[in-house]
Structure formats: C-alpha cells, structure tokens
Design a protein around this ligand. Sequence first.
Ligand code: 13P
Ligand code: SF4
Length: 336
Amino acid sequence: MAVININEAKKNIEQVGFLDIDVDVKLDLFKEIERLKKEKNAVILAHYYQEADIQDVADYIGDSLGLAQQAEKTKADVIVFAGVHFMAETAKILNPDKKVLLPDLKAGCSLSDSAPPHLFKKFKEQYPGHLVISYINCSAGIKALSDIICTSSNAKQIVESLPVDQKIIFAPDKNLGAYINKQTGRKMVLWDGACMVHEIFSREKITRLKIRHPQAKVIAHPECEDIVLQLADYIGSTTQLLKYTQKDDSKEYIVATETGILHQMQKDSPGKLFIPAPPDNSCACNDCPHMKLNTLEKLYLCMEYETPELLMEESLRQAALKPIRRMLDISAKLGL
Ligand code: 13P
Ligand code: SF4
C-alpha cells in the first residue's frame, strides 16, 4: 500500500528502499522522465538487465565496464543509476561531487552479498604476498580491500597485466575466477562467491533444448558454472554477447544470462530467435530479482524528488577509488 505523504515517504526510504508514493496512472512517464533529464541536467545509465522500458529511456545502456566508463566521463550534474547498488556505488566513488540516484536502494546483488568485508579481510590475511583482483560486483568495502577491480569484459586482460609469477586472490565470483584461471593458466586463489541468477542454469535442459534447436548457438556469461560454460559456443560479458549476436550469422541463440539482455538483442537483430537458457527449477524465468526491483515508476519518482541518493563516507570512497582507477587506466591503455 503506497504512502501518500511525500515527507512520510522520504522518512520511509530506509525501510523500503524507495519512495513509496502513488504515481498517477495517466502520467506519460516517458515524457516526464525526458523533461526531468533536461531540467536537472541528469543522465540515466542503465544496465542491460533492467526492464525494457527503463532501457528505452536510458541515455546509455551497457555492461558494468561501459557503465563505469560512462560514469567517469559524464558532464551531467545528476547520475540516475538504473542498475544495482554496487554499480551506483562505483558511480559515486568516481563522482563525489555529483548527485547519484538509485531508484531502489534495496537493489542489491547476491554475488556482492556473498563477500562481507570483515570475512574477506580475514581470508586475505591467510595469503600474504597475494594481490587482490576483485570483480566489480562487490561492495565498496571489498573494493577498498582490493588492488585492482575488473569486470567480466576485461578480467582476462587485467589478470594478464600482472607478472605470471604474481600470486593473486580473485573475489568474489568463483565461476568467473575459475574461467579466467582456465583461460590464463594461472592458479588464482578464489573466494567462494557466486551469482544466484547465473548458477541456476540447467546443463541437462540446455542440452535438451539444443536437440530441439540444432542450429542454435549457446552463448553464456562467464558467471555461469563451468558445466554450463562447456556447452557454450561463445562466452562473454553482456556487451560482448550482444556484439556477438549482431555480427554472427546464426539465426538462433540459447542465451545463458539474465533475460534483460534479450531486449537489445531482439531490437538489434529482429529476424533472429533468442531463447532464454532454462533454469534448473520449475520457474521459467532467469530474472535477477535485484535488478528487477527498479521500475519506470521508481525511476520517475527518484528523479522528481532526487531521492533515494547514494551517499558514502569519504575515507571509504578514497580507498575504493584506487583499484577502480587502476582498472580504468589499464582498460584505457588496452583500448577496452
Ligand atoms: P557484465 O555487466 O559485466 O556483463 O556483468 C553482468 C552482471 O551480472 C552484472 O550484474
Ligand atoms: Fe548480482 Fe547476479 Fe543480479 Fe548481476 S545478475 S546483479 S551478479 S545477482
């Protein structure tokens, strides 16, 4: 039940994560959001896992690396982050003087949650002489304990930028870490974390689906388990998967990642068939429940009232900035 009073709703944000007020159903939210963008010099950055309407009003849609790069160079006064908490945090770390809004502060991430900083600190102490490479899907607290950040589109290059004999801890995604170990021949120590969406795919069901669609290529995100990645014709970040489907000449794809990406794939290649990879349960959806907490209504409300805003303690921000900068510098040097 929505709260009517705006002041009450603002007070309530800590509990519910968003502005819980009714939006007039007759309001043209697309038009309103365009108006607010201009009025407030705001930019909307959206991840491919956001619902289709949000992708359609965004100024930039991308994967985690692209979004961090856009956040780094934006001239807007307000960054509206249509994604999850760690992504908005990264934008704030890069832009301490800008207002960063997240439509729902409770849009978290199971992978990020799998690495609480106090436990990771103890884990790190067991491996002296190791550098820490952390996947960007982690909290600012984990970033502050890391030497370099990576994303799924530059993880291999970031690891290879270090000497072959450098001992490395990779956190928090054990699946991406294992995949990069395989790709590079390194033996990085892996933190035992995983994404709830990418761990759900069923190897058996994908195999059966391939029998019904013998021409279909399997494309997968490296957050998937190795048994699923073994079935893949192509493995990459969301942007890399999208680019692959644009250039490749197949007509059918089984897509092993969150379903939001299908919106752009279908838009860019209307003649092709994109089939979401089936999960290992009776539910037919591979939606990320965290990403999907954001809605067009919440996006409109957070822009109109400039809340919920992402705030961060300055010492934490500075500590988390160093490894992000290192990633962005290496990526820029390599033209990624
Ligand atoms: P990329 O954005 O690097 O493809 O990662 C996907 C993801 O899980 C984001 O939460
Ligand atoms: Fe986190 Fe997985 Fe959702 Fe991405 S898809 S935000 S890694 S839970």
